[in-house]
Design a protein around this ligand. Structure first.
Ligand code: 4AD
Ligand code: MG
Length: 423
């Protein structure tokens, strides 16, 4: 028997179909049971009368069933179609489903393994899948190789305070914060590389934009300088957003995403130096002293001033990682960039990379690291060093932003945070 995906039901108007899925809603009245049936592609109302009535009446939501019946248009039904069921097979009779209407976010997070089946959660997961596919398509169509780095590492790359320590046969190891340092070794073989992989950060605060395990799309390109890096960032983000608009209109509507704003996400994006960002903030009544990192509310204020994602460059070197290259025209700044979007803040962080071994050692020492622990990394600068740059994009944050979600926790199937490791 061939089963029709519920999302394609319109094509079968007037015909007999077989469907299978889960009972999303269930209402029994005299002589007829209305079942809203759900599969991964959509929902449709089924009316069960006659000899299958008794069987249908006792079923609870989330029971799995297969039905056979005739499709007709029905303006009153959710989705606009109804199936007059002639045959009903119960695949599994569900127990009483623990999720009912109006439950707290925390409860729904405890029930995430079941809440995944909800319409909003499934919509987010579909958008997320499109985003992953778009990252691959973007880089592969531009001649990039996919390169993998180890997850167990020996040193920090993004500061020691967010390192997850692991007991590695009696020695200290860490879960990787980024693919980058290994990527910088691999560009000497492959030149243009990217990855999508988890990164780990022991984030001790539970915020709407931090996970302890997040999905990181990273890219590293030999010969590429700072200006081209920024261009690549805005092209990637625009490509992803346009792809989602094309493939997930239905999901974006269901989620109430800002489709108009997403439509404007096309290159070029505005670019502003950190120093000038401080001036803009000051004129809006937010004084940030030079050398302080921008906080969420300051990033939000800046985003309000533009109608597209914003690229902030030339951050002070003290607040950025040791591998960022000294800016040629500003002794206090590095060639680092962040891309900021409304409500979420930073979705991309990247830089041109420092090539000077002395500078790298100096910065490592200034950040309390032992340069000798980074011997293999420093070696990459000894044998035919070339200008290169790259960035990392937090995919969960991108999904949070595109879908217009309140929290990054809603952007991933099973979020990992300081206070959550199950389900
Ligand atoms: O700015 P970050 O720390 O940069 C790096 O890791 C570089 N090594 C990337 C590179 O140049 N290859 O992280 C990059 C991005 C951030 O802009 C943010 O979107 C995301 O990763 N990110 C997180 N997302 C969720 N939860 C967290 N705890 C995150 N930390 C960073
Ligand atoms: Mg950053």
């Amino acid at each position: 028997m061939k089963f029709v995906p519920i999302g394609e039901i319109a094509k079968h108007t007037g015909k007999k179909v077989s469907l299978r899925g889960w009972i999303y809603r269930h209402r029994a009245s005299k002589g007829v049971v209305f079942i809203v049936l759900r599969d991964s592609s959509g929902i449709v109302q089924c009316a069960v009368k006659g000899k299958e009535y008794e069987k249908a009446k006792s079923l609870l939501v989330e029971s799995s069933v297969a039905v056979e019946g005739t499709v007709k248009e029905d303006k009153r039904a959710p989705g606009g179609y109804e199936v007059a069921v002639k045959k009903l097979d119960v695949v599994h009779k569900a127990e009483r489903f623990p999720i009912t209407k109006d439950q707290s976010k925390e409860f729904l997070r405890d029930m995430r393994h079941l809440w995944l089946r909800s319409q909003p959660m499934a919509a987010v997961l579909k958008v997320r899948s499109t985003v992953f596919g778009a990252v691959d398509e973007f880089f592969r169509s531009r001649g990039y190789y996919e390169f993998q780095s180890p997850m167990f590492v020996g040193t920090a790359a993004e500061g020691g305070s967010t390192l997850f320590e692991v007991d590695y046969f009696g020695k200290k190891a860490y879960l990787t914060q980024t693919w980058q340092l290994y990527a910088e070794a691999a560009i000497f073989a492959l030149e243009k590389i990217y990855t999508i992989a988890p990164s780990f950060r022991a984030e001790r605060s539970s915020t709407s934009r931090h996970l302890t395990e997040f999905w990181h799309a990273e890219v590293e390109t030999a010969w590429q300088q700072f200006d081209e890096l920024q261009k690549q960032g805005e092209e990637l983000v625009s490509f992803i957003v346009q792809k989602v608009l094309k493939e997930n209109k239905k999901e974006l509507e269901l989620l109430g995403a800002d489709i108009g704003a997403l439509g404007r996400v096309k290159p070029p994006f505005p670019r502003i130096r950190y120093r000038d960002a401080l001036k803009k903030l000051a004129s809006a009544g937010m004084d940030v002293p030079y050398g302080k990192d921008l906080r969420t509310k300051e990033e939000a204020k800046l985003c309000e001033m533009y109608d597209k994602p914003l690229i902030v460059t030339h951050y002070p070197k003290e607040i950025k990682a040791f591998y960022m290259k000294q800016a040629p025209d500003d002794k206090d700044a590095v060639l680092g960039m962040d891309m900021l979007v409304p409500h979420v803040g930073e979705i991309i962080g990247g830089s041109e990379r420092e090539e000077d071994i002395g500078e790298i050692k100096k910065k490592l020492a200034a950040q309390g690291e032992k340069p000798e622990d980074y011997g293999w990394y420093i070696d990459t600068r000894r044998y035919g060093s070339v200008p290169h740059s790259g960035f990392g994009m937090g995919i969960d944050r991108v999904v949070e932003w595109i879908c217009g979600l309140d929290s990054i926790h809603e952007a991933i199937g099973f979020p990992r945070t300081m206070d959550r490791i199950t389900p």
